[in-house]
Design a protein around this ligand. Structure first.
Ligand code: NI
Length: 182
């Protein structure tokens, strides 16, 4: 396994629309190694998710893991692999919450996201799976799926007033209303 270099905003790959992972690739050793390396890279940087474009691979692929100890989430989510995901918002309700991104290191900002979503995807072996998610898990799903369309959370902010360096955020908290959702 290997820790991969994370592309930051300004690198064109972060802004490109990723292509579906071809079915023929999924069973291959190279793809399985890529998934393992993405999980290891996510762990190395203490991320809750990582999308393939962030490690310079233009495929519709992301990994998510939320530790049970994560205060932002009601429940933990084990390592979850999203191959060619399809996202459907459920209901109209949105919630504001804090986001950060390994491609925008050192910053935090307030983003409004759909409170509930349905996710349909393939797992790392090509088997279809789906989940209805809410709260922080739904937020992470939306954040990672955005990466596959070349979007980062900055694009989803209602304004830049809540953008903060991590250090100042830790000292002073969010400079904008955050819904009490979790
Ligand atoms: Ni991100």
């Amino acid at each position: 396994m290997a820790i991969l270099k994370v592309a930051r905003i300004g690198h064109p790959v972060v802004r490109e629309t990723a292509r579906p992972v071809p079915a023929a690739e999924i069973q291959g050793a190279a793809f399985q190694r890529l998934v393992d390396d993405m999980v290891e890279t996510m762990h190395e940087y203490d991320g809750v998710g990582l999308a393939a474009p962030q490690i310079h691979v233009g495929w519709r692929l992301a990994v998510i893991e939320i530790l049970p100890t994560d205060e932002r989430a009601e429940d933990g989510v084990p390592v979850t692999v999203l191959v060619n995901p399809k996202l459907t918002p459920l209901g109209k309700r949105r919630a504001r919450g804090i986001e950060g991104c390994l491609s925008v290191p050192g910053f935090r900002g307030v983003v409004a996201r759909h409170e509930r979503v349905k996710l349909e995807a393939l797992d790392r072996h090509g088997k279809p799976w789906s989940v209805e998610a809410h709260g922080f898990f739904a937020r992470v799903i939306q954040h990672e799926c955005d990466h596959l369309d070349g979007r980062v959370y900055l694009d989803r902010m209602e304004g830049l007033r809540s953008l903060a360096y991590q250090e100042e955020f830790d000292r002073f908290g969010a400079q904008e209303a955050v819904d009490d959702e979790e």
